[in-house]
Design a protein around this ligand. Structure first.
Ligand SMILES: Nc1ncnc2c1ncn2[C@@H]1O[C@H](COP(=O)(O)OP(=O)(O)OP(=O)(O)O)[C@@H](O)[C@H]1O
Length: 131
C-alpha cells in the first residue's frame, strides 16, 4: 500500500506543525551535506569568506547575503535534480534542459558572488598586508 506523505502544514496544532517542518528542512540539509560535494565545498568557502570578513572588518551583510544566495540556490538545484530523476530516470531532452539550466543558475550566481567577493576583499586585504 502506498504511504501517504506527512503534511505538517495542515497539523491542527500549529506549533507542532512548524516544529515538524523545521525537522524536515534539517533532514534536507543533512541529505544535501551527505550527498552533494558542491554543497559542502560552498559551505566551506562561505565559512572562509565569513572568517576573512571578520578579520578584515568587511561589512558582514553583503557577505552573508551572497553566502545565503549561493547555498539556497544549490539546495534548490539539488531538489530539482531529485524531482527530475524521479520524473525521468531515463534520458530525456527536457530533463537535460531542466538540470542544465538549474546548474547554469548556480554557476551565474557563483561567478557574480566571486566577483563581488573580490571587490569587497581585495582592497582591505592589500591594506592588511601593507601593500
Ligand atoms: N534524465 C536525464 N536526461 C538527460 N540528461 C540528463 C539526465 N540526468 C542527467 N542528465 C545530464 O547529466 C548532467 C549531470 O546530471 P546529474 O544529475 O548527474 O547532476 P550532477 O552533475 O551530479 O550535479 P550535482 O553535482 O549538482 O549533483 C545534467 O546536467 C544533464 O546534462
Amino acid at each position: 500500500m502506498a504511504r501517504v506523505p506527512p503534511r505538517p502544514g495542515t497539523d491542527p496544532l500549529p506549533l507542532r506543525g512548524v516544529r515538524a517542518s523545521f525537522g524536515y528542512a534539517l533532514a534536507g540539509l543533512r541529505l544535501a551535506w551527505r550527498n552533494q560535494r558542491n554543497f559542502r565545498l560552498e559551505v566551506y568557502i562561505g565559512l572562509l569568506a565569513l572568517g576573512l570578513a571578520v578579520w578584515l572588518r568587511v561589512d558582514l551583510v553583503p557577505v552573508l547575503l551572497l553566502v545565503a544566495l549561493v547555498l539556497g540556490l544549490e539546495l534548490g538545484n539539488t531538489a530539482l535534480e531529485a524531482v527530475v530523476d524521479l520524473a525521468s530516470p531515463n534520458f530525456h531532452p527536457l530533463a537535460k534542459a531542466a538540470k542544465d539550466v538549474a546548474a547554469a543558475g548556480v554557476l551565474v550566481v557563483s561567478v557574480i558572488a566571486v566577483l563581488i567577493g573580490l571587490l569587497l576583499f581585495v582592497p582591505p586585504l592589500l591594506r592588511a598586508l601593507g601593500l
